[in-house]
Design a protein around this ligand. Structure first.
Ligand SMILES: [Zn+2]
Length: 411
């Protein structure tokens, strides 16, 4: 009775012991590896974010450069407009100066005419004065002899006109002489009028010249303003170019920063890859087809079942019904899965230190390349694909590139 009761108690104690061992393994072995990987993954994520942020900053700087360049473009086109306006003004000033030259030559011609008129006037005045003097001399002689007393009236005349009016009453005055003096007086009047007209023309020309001069000066003032505008454009363009140079320096610095961040990221990724690469710790494999211990073909030389020749059988064949779970013999990373005419559907697991297990003839495969698997995890199902005579698992072990006897690793 006691034995019957103690037996389950011992079994429970054994289970509890096993649990403690497993938990210890979980606490000390598994997390150690994954925590390092997690740290790396977290680091990689942060580094990727940093690269992205730096790239974003650089994009902003590039945008600023593009904006400044566009601004320079519009400033340059504004400057070109002002320059062409200045050219137009220069042209207009040239035309005004041509006009002024024309007016100046007209003024010169007018001056010559005026001088001529002045000379003519002088001559006419001299002629009339001489005629007047001659007439007075003759009349004095006549009046002294014939009209005593009238002389005083006549010679009190204010001017030649007055004299002539008074002289008309004097019969004795020579008709010829009187006509001559009248002609001379008329000539003086004509020349005076001509001279006055020339003076008027001169005044108008001088006024025109003054106006043109003013127009030219106004335009020169405008050009001066426009030149100032040009200087302002140049200053703005210069400042934008300086800004671009600064931005470009920033972009270059950011490039260097991005490069450094990318290098760090690549190093972290490589470290993670290294960390996640399986490392074989020397442990024993679990059975890949537990419960099916009938060996249909052993590892070693044998007569090939289909080819009929002596050949090396490089694995152990476990006979099992189609669909039976095939389990990973040990922790590792799936190195390859696929189909070949000889292996059928196969899975290859890398356990590190150049130790691999191979599972062949599967009816289906449930893992993918690069996937991490742990010992006892289902990776495929038994089948008879490839060169096979019936449903079984061909289990092979490769060490340093060559097949070795799997029983050296199996429990
Ligand atoms: Zn085989």
């Amino acid at each position: 009775m006691d034995n019957n009761k103690n037996a389950p108690k011992n079994r429970y104690a054994l289970i509890i012991m096993l649990c403690i061992i497993v938990c210890t393994a979980l606490v000390f072995v598994l997390p150690k590896k994954s925590v390092y990987g997690d740290e790396l993954r977290e680091k990689i994520q942060k580094e990727e974010e940093a690269v992205k942020a730096a790239a974003g900053e650089k994009a902003k700087v590039n945008q600023s450069i593009a904006l400044a360049k566009a601004l320079i473009g519009s400033l340059k086109s504004g400057k070109a407009d002002v320059e062409s306006y200045i050219e137009d003004l220069d042209l207009a000033i040239g035309q005004i100066h041509d006009n002024i030259d024309e007016i100046d030559s007209m003024i010169s011609a007018n001056e010559i005419e005026e001088k001529k008129a002045q000379a003519e006037l002088k001559e006419a005045e001299e002629k009339s004065r001489a005629q007047y003097a001659e007439m007075k001399k003759q009349l004095r002689f006549i009046y002294r002899n014939r009209f005593g007393g009238m002389e005083d009236i006549l010679f009190s005349a204010r001017d030649m006109g007055d004299f002539l009016n008074k002289a008309t009453y004097i019969e004795a005055l020579s008709e010829y002489d009187r006509k001559k003096l009248q002609e001379y007086i008329a000539c003086v009047e004509d020349v005076k009028e001509k001279k006055e007209k020339l003076e008027e023309v001169r005044d108008s020309l001088v006024e025109q010249r003054r106006e043109k001069q003013k127009e030219s000066e106004d335009m020169e003032g405008l050009i001066e303003d426009k030149q100032k505008e040009l200087s302002s454009y140049d200053a703005q363009i210069g400042s934008k170019e300086q800004q671009i140079a600064e931005y470009e320096k920033m972009a270059a610095e950011q490039d260097a920063q991005i490069k450094a961040l990318e290098a760090a990221l690549a190093a972290s990724k490589k470290a993670l890859e290294e960390a996640e690469r399986p490392k074989y710790d020397g442990g024993m494999f679990t059975m890949p087809c537990p419960g099916y211990t009938r060996i249909s073909d052993e590892f070693g030389m044998r007569e090939h079942p289909t080819l009929g020749i002596k050949k090396m059988h490089n694995g152990v064949d476990f006979a099992a019904p189609t669909g039976t779970s095939i389990l990973a013999a040990y922790d590792g990373v799936v190195a390859a899965t696929g189909y070949s005419s000889s292996m059928g559907n196969y899975v290859m697991i890398d356990h590190g230190d150049d130790l691999l297990t191979v599972y062949m003839h599967a009816s289906s495969v449930s893992v993918g390349t690069g996937q991490q698997v742990s010992a006892g995890q289902k990776i495929a199902a038994v089948g008879s694909t490839g060169r096979s005579t019936g449903p079984h698992l061909h289990f092979g072990v490769r060490k340093n590139g060559a097949y070795v006897n799997p029983w050296g690793y199996l429990k």
